[in-house]
Design a protein around this ligand. Structure first.
Ligand code: ADP
Ligand code: MG
Length: 259
């Protein structure tokens, strides 16, 4: 059974892309078949996985464009094998034009779900890295996904930001776009080195959401190694395999596997 997980949060810079690439690498390391999907026109995931969003072709843009224009799409042609053992469906800047074109198309929320339907059975995990908004691309991701993983920064009040994405998930269910969509969990990222602060935030998040939602036990600490690995076009799991950050994402992958 394939698990399709959208990594989503309307705020930028919370660790969505970092989480997607490192979870993909950690799961691949465990022998899982993984497809990472870059659904952000900025192409950060594409770059992070070692491809150039300004040069790679075809991309998810071509497939979505063809669907919107009523032509025939070839999604498998846009899937690339990375050196880290997971597959990547890259993005390019023109993807932002598709978001606009989608508005007037039929079943505009389900275009991605339709496209992915043919390729997902070949994978254990499909991880969709979303852009920082609640626009039509994100709605497409939430309609295609089984669950949503919500990264938030480990800071006081940052957890409030999860309310908007949670209410969007509720709307997606209520409107029957994806009645079985679940919340995979909330992941605390970029935690401060001060352990007491982290613990306080962890407790606050647990208090606010923990009754209904899994809060991942593993917290990702702040480390400059993440930005270094991004610049090198590698996950941290590959770039510095023994780093604390790499091990954190391995632990999160194991938590995912547990349920
Ligand atoms: P998003 O996709 O939500 O916009 P990113 O994953 O791109 O967020 O992360 C934003 C920036 O923070 C990037 O430069 C990334 O390398 C860096 N970063 C991500 N996670 C961490 C972390 N745990 N510690 C320090 N920097 C991080
Ligand atoms: Mg991103």
């Amino acid at each position: 059974m394939t698990r399709t997980i959208a990594i989503a949060m309307q705020k930028g810079g919370v660790g969505k892309t970092t989480t997607t690439v490192n979870l993909a690498a950690a799961l691949a390391e465990m022998g899982r078949r993984v497809l990472a999907v870059d659904l952000d026109p900025q192409g950060n995931l594409t770059q992070h996985a070692g491809l150039d969003p300004d040069r790679v072709s075809p991309t998810i843009y071509d497939a979505l464009r063809a669907e919107v224009d009523g032509g025939t799409s070839d999604l498998p042609a846009a899937i690339y094998r990375t050196a880290e053992g997971f597959d990547l469906l890259p993005s390019q800047p023109e993807l932002s034009l598709v978001e606009v074109a989608l508005i007037n198309s039929l079943s505009r929320e389900r275009v991605l779900a339709g496209l992915l339907g043919d390729v997902t059975p070949a994978y254990d995990y499909v991880l969709i890295d979303c852009n920082p908004s609640l626009g039509l691309l994100v709605i497409n991701a939430l309609t295609a996904a089984d669950s949503v993983l919500i990264p938030i920064q480990t800071e006081y009040l940052a957890a409030r930001g999860a309310l908007m994405i949670l209410s969007t998930i509720e709307t997606i269910r209520r409107k029957r776009l994806n009645p079985h969509l679940t919340v995979e969990g909330i992941l605390l990222t970029m935690a401060d080195a001060r352990a007491t602060l982290t613990r306080d935030v962890q407790e606050a998040v647990q208090q606010q959401y923990g009754r209904d939602i899994r809060i991942f036990t593993t917290v990702v600490r702040r480390s400059v190694r993440f930005a270094e690995s991004a610049a090198a076009g590698q996950s941290l799991v590959a770039y510095d395999s023994r780093s604390a950050g790499a091990n954190a994402y391995r632990a999160i992958a194991k938590e995912l596997e547990k349920n």
